[in-house]
Design a protein around this ligand. Structure first.
Ligand code: KG4
Ligand code: ZN
Length: 342
C-alpha cells in the first residue's frame, strides 16, 4: 500500500494505491488541492507562495486521501513523493513531509520522477494501455515523444527544442488577455473560432526528425494580434485562439503519426496537462481510426498534476523490481531531471 505526494508545482496531491503483483495497481483514494486561484492574481505561478501553500495542504490532504480509501497510516507500507523535475521549494515540501511521515511510520520512501507519473497515468483509466507503445508527453514544461517498452524502459524519440506545448498554449492565452492557466481558457475561446482564420507557423513539421519548436508561435500570435489593432472583436479573438490551437495540435498530431510510423508500433499513449485538450484528442482519435492504431489517455481528472499518478508510478516501479526504497530518511530533490536518466 503506497501513499504518494505530488507537490512539484501548483497542485498538492495525495493518493493511496495498492500494488497488485500481476496487474495494474489500484487507486484506493486521493485528494487534490489546486492553487490556481491563489496564483491567478499574479498571472502565473509564484514559487514562494506555492511552497508555503504546499506546507498548509499536505497533511490535511493526506488525512482526506486516507479517509477516502478507508485506511489509516498504519496500513501504509511505503511513502512516495515527487523528487523532480519542478520548483525546488515546492518539491522540498513534498519530499520533506513524505520523508518525515515515513520515518515516523518506520517505512521506506520512494522517490518518483514527475514525468514518469504523467506517462503511466493512463494505466489508471478505464481503458489502460499495454506495452510497448509510443508516448506523447505534453505538459507545461515538457514536450517529448518516446518509445516505451516497459516500466523504466524509455527511449527518447524527439522533444521540443524551445517552448513546451503547454507553454505555447499559456503564452498565446496571455497575449489574448486570458487568465492563467491559459490552456483550458484558450481552448474554451477556440470553440467558437475558425481554425483556418489565420495562417500560423508549424515549425519543424516537415523535418524528418521528431523534434518540436513552439517559440515562433508566440511571436506569430503577437504579430497577428498587433495587426488587428488595440481592440479586436470577440470573433477575431476566438479566431486567433482557434488558429493557435490548430497550429499546436497539428504539429503534435503529425509528429505523433511520424513516430508511430518510425517505430511500427500500434499504440499511442498521450499524457500530461495538454492531453486534456479536446481538439488534440479529436485529431489523434481521427489519425488512429484511419491507421488502425489505438490511443490511450488519462482520465480527464488525472491529466493535470495529481497524487494518484505519483503513487501509481511508485507502485509500478515497485512491482517491476525497479524501486529503490530508502530508509536513511535523508532526501534530495531534483528540480531539473531528465526522465531518461531516472
Ligand atoms: O502536466 P501539467 O498539469 O503540469 C506540468 O507538469 O507542467 O500541465 C499543465 C499544462 C499547462 O500549460 C496548461 O495550460 C495545460 O497543461 N493544459 C491544457 C489544457 N489543460 C491543461 N492545454 C490545452 N488544453 C487544455 N484543456
Ligand atoms: Zn505535470
Amino acid at each position: 500500500m503506497i501513499l504518494g505526494f505530488e507537490s512539484s508545482c501548483d497542485e498538492t496531491g495525495v493518493a493511496i494505491v495498492r500494488c497488485v503483483p500481476t496487474g495494474v495497481p489500484v487507486l484506493l483514494g486521493q485528494a487534490l488541492y489546486s492553487q490556481i486561484r491563489m496564483h491567478q492574481a499574479y498571472g502565473g505561478v509564484v514559487p514562494e507562495l506555492a511552497s508555503r501553500d504546499h506546507v498548509r495542504r499536505a497533511i490535511p490532504l493526506a488525512r482526506e486521501a486516507l479517509q477516502a480509501a478507508g485506511l489509516t497510516l498504519q496500513d501504509i507500507d511505503a511513502v512516495a513523493y515527487t523528487q523532480g523535475p519542478g520548483l525546488a521549494g515546492a518539491l522540498l515540501v513534498g519530499a520533506g513531509v513524505a520523508t518525515a511521515l515515513a520515518a515516523a511510520l518506520n517505512k521506506p520512501t520512494l522517490a518518483v520522477h514527475h514525468l514518469e507519473g504523467h506517462l503511466l497515468s493512463p494505466f489508471l483509466s478505464a481503458d489502460p494501455p499495454a506495452f510497448p507503445f509510443v508516448a506523447l508527453l505534453v505538459s507545461g514544461g515538457h514536450t517529448q515523444l518516446m518509445r516505451v517498452d516497459g516500466v523504466g524502459h524509455y527511449t527518447l524519440l524527439g522533444e521540443t527544442i524551445d517552448d513546451a506545448a503547454g507553454e505555447a498554449f499559456d503564452k498565446s492565452a496571455k497575449l489574448l488577455g486570458l487568465g492563467y492557466p491559459g490552456g483550458p481558457a484558450l481552448s474554451r475561446l477556440a470553440e467558437t473560432g475558425r481554425a483556418d482564420a489565420y495562417e500560423l507557423p508549424r515549425p519543424l513539421l516537415h523535418q524528418p526528425n521528431l523534434d518540436f519548436s513552439f517559440a515562433g508561435l508566440k511571436t506569430a500570435v503577437m504579430t497577428t494580434l498587433r495587426k488587428l489593432g488595440p481592440a479586436p472583436t470577440e470573433v477575431q479573438r476566438a479566431d486567433v485562439a482557434a488558429s493557435a490551437q490548430a497550429a499546436i495540435v497539428d504539429v503534435l498530431a503529425q509528429k505523433s503519426i511520424k513516430a508511430m510510423k518510425a517505430t511500427g508500433l500500434k499504440r499511442l499513449v498521450v499524457a500530461g496537462g495538454v492531453s486534456a485538450n479536446r481538439a488534440l484528442r479529436a485529431a489523434l482519435d481521427d489519425a488512429a481510426a484511419k491507421r488502425h492504431w489505438r490511443v490511450h489517455y488519462p482520465e480527464l481528472s488525472l491529466c493535470t498534476d495529481n497524487g494518484a499518478m505519483i503513487a501509481l508510478a511508485a507502485a509500478m516501479r515497485w512491482q517491476a523490481g525497479l524501486a529503490q526504497p530508502a530508509t536513511r530518511y535523508s532526501f534530495e530533490v531534483r528540480p531539473r531531471w531528465d526522465l531518461m536518466a531516472a
